[in-house]
Design a protein around this ligand. Structure first.
Ligand SMILES: [Zn+2]
Ligand SMILES: [Zn+2]
Length: 282
């Protein structure tokens, strides 16, 4: 893996064919310095946007792209720092580009995302014979396959040459000790090589089960600088074995990260995730 700084603030959605990931932001939900945490996967002619929060459209604009340039999406859960930019995606695609973007989504989360979040701002812009717009008027759905034998609920889909497996996590509320009792949220495994937990509480079983199955080359892990609440604390993550920590890159962190840089190095993590750099996997 190599980290490649973005040149001239111009993001490209294609590359020479290697697997590459790029964070539009690496900050927490309320970060004022780092555009939240949303991840773009790029491979050859293919791309997949994982989450698109309220600050993502601005980040994309500053990176020289239009929101309608993004064609493929996967959403990990319904907090606004992950879905807040989707209304702009839906409306600009329907009324400006006039083409539906693709979304990888299972039936369970489609109902949650539409009925609890997206519908209010998009369904009622049109009415035809008493019918308002539906999820499938806004999105071309790529339905994933359920991988029944996996240790926790996991689905798989291919977006062009990009393979994604997304697995249930325990993010909200702050008390269940299992994913079954948590509200719907997921993390992602990309091409069986790169694990991205997305938002999750500290969950050793999550990391170990995918470590045992795939030994991912890198783990991008949710992190906060204190324990408790709905994210993983760095002191909790420090209990992982050294060989896991050395491939663990921390994201979704607070604006006060300079205060913890030393500690993160001392604990043996690979480091803090970098915004606006390509992580290239050859
Ligand atoms: Zn978040
Ligand atoms: Zn969240």
């Amino acid at each position: 893996m190599r980290v490649r700084k973005l040149k001239n603030k111009t993001l490209s959605l294609t590359n020479d064919g290697r697997l590459s990931v790029f964070f539009l932001g690496v900050g927490s939900a309320f970060s004022k310095r780092h555009y939240q945490t949303n991840l773009l996967v790029i491979k050859g002619e293919d791309h997949l946007m994982i989450d698109f929060g309220s600050k993502a459209p601005q980040a994309l604009f500053e990176l020289g792209l239009s929101v309608t340039d993004l064609r493929n999406f996967l959403i990990t859960h319904s907090h606004a720092d992950h879905i807040g930019g989707l209304e702009e995606i839906m409306l600009t695609n329907r009324y400006v580009r006039r083409e539906k973007p693709n979304i990888v989504i299972n039936t369970t989360y489609q109902s949650i995302l539409w009925d609890m979040s997206l519908r209010g701002g998009s369904a009622f812009n049109e009415e035809h014979g008493g019918e308002v717009l539906t999820f499938s008027d806004m999105w071309e759905v790529i339905r994933p396959t359920w991988l029944e034998s996996y240790p926790r609920e996991t689905h798989e889909a291919n977006v062009g040459s990009i393979n994604v497996k997304f697995f249930r996590t325990m993010h909200i509320p702050d008390w269940p000790d299992n994913w079954q009792s948590s509200f719907w949220s997921c993390g992602v495994l990309i091409d069986d090589r790169v694990m991205y937990t997305c938002d999750t509480r500290f969950d050793t079983d999550l990391v170990f089960s995918f470590e045992n199955l795939f030994e991912p080359e890198m783990i991008f892990h949710d992190a906060q600088f204190y324990n408790g609440g709905v994210h993983a604390g760095i002191d909790e993550l420090n209990t992982f074995p050294a060989d896991i920590k050395k491939k663990m890159v921390l994201v979704h962190y607070g604006d006060n990260w300079e205060d913890y840089e030393e500690k993160i190095k001392e604990y043996g993590f690979k480091g803090l995730g970098q915004e606006w750099s390509y992580y290239d996997f050859d």
